[in-house]
Design a binder for this molecule. Structure first.
Ligand SMILES: [Fe+2]
Length: 272
């Protein structure tokens, strides 16, 4: 999809990344004690009140915990009421087939490529059916390479669900992207790529590799404690990532979190 947006150096394209909602068919079912629908809607409302109206929303997977059609229909109406062009990719908990049929229409698009101003954004499906870890199949890698080759003069941001680098937590490493080297081989061929963004890890991280920002973001429900050997839930509050994409290729980004929100987190409850 093509967007028209004034792309002077001083007027960035504003991208809201929001991720890992883990919603259920039953609207107020909890996970780790957290009402995931309520926390998602609160984060979305928080973003709406932010003095930073986004030009588009990227939802980077695990939008549903149960992959149910009702869940995605309700989410579609949540997105519709946000009134901002919205793009999505599936995570390991999602059902990509149902998403394709339900998360579409109005401002919500199943397109995986967005061209806007000096930028293109490419969304990749890293899910492997029935598995928690991720992998980019040949066709996803080829699509990425083709789209970057077609538009060498546009800066690029690439999104996927799974982490392509080590996060520093022993339990998280095995559930990341299995073939990161294949991804980086493609990215290294295209110097216009400026950012690689993912969800899945329920925590923020910002690194740099060969001029590419590597960014993960908090979940809209509970967070995982960084640098933990075993699965550990963090008390950090839910949030989202803001990305300002400038016409000269610069990116400014930061994470925003809810304040004074009672998650009712129960770290000992089974479920995740
Ligand atoms: Fe995930």
């Amino acid at each position: 999809m093509d967007f028209k947006k004034s792309d002077t150096v001083d007027t960035p394209i504003r991208v809201l990344q929001i991720t890992d909602f883990h919603l259920f068919e039953a609207p107020h079912q909890t996970l780790m004690g957290v009402d995931t629908q309520k926390s998602f809607e609160t984060v979305l409302g928080w973003a709406r009140e932010d003095e930073w109206p986004p030009d588009l929303v990227l939802a980077t997977g695990d939008l549903a915990q149960d992959g149910g059609e009702k869940t995605y229909r309700r989410l579609q109406s949540n997105f519709a009421s946000f009134m901002v062009p919205t793009y999505w990719i599936p995570g390991n908990h999602d059902n990509p087939t149902i998403m394709q049929d339900t998360l579409i229409g109005g401002q919500v698009s199943a397109d995986k490529r967005v061209k806007l101003g000096a930028w293109q954004i490419i969304l990749l499906d890293s899910t492997v059916f029935g598995n928690v870890h991720g992998e980019l199949c040949e066709s996803e890698l080829k699509k990425l390479d083709d789209w970057l080759t077609e538009l060498p003069d546009k800066y690029a941001m690439v999104c996927l669900h799974h982490h392509p680098i080590a996060m520093g937590s022993d339990w998280i490493e095995p559930i990341g992207l299995k073939n990161s080297e294949d991804l980086f081989v493609v990215l290294d061929r295209h110097p216009q790529v400026k950012a690689l963004v993912w969800g899945h890890v329920h925590q923020k991280l910002a690194q740099q590799r060969n001029g590419v920002k590597l960014l993960s973001s908090p979940s809209t429900c509970f967070q995982f404690k960084p640098h933990s050997s075993d699965f550990t839930v963090d008390t950090a509050l839910p949030g989202y990532r803001r990305l300002d994409l400038y016409a000269d290729g610069r990116i400014e980004t930061r994470v925003e979190r809810l304040e004074d929100y009672d998650l009712s987190l129960d770290p000992n409850s089974p479920g995740y």
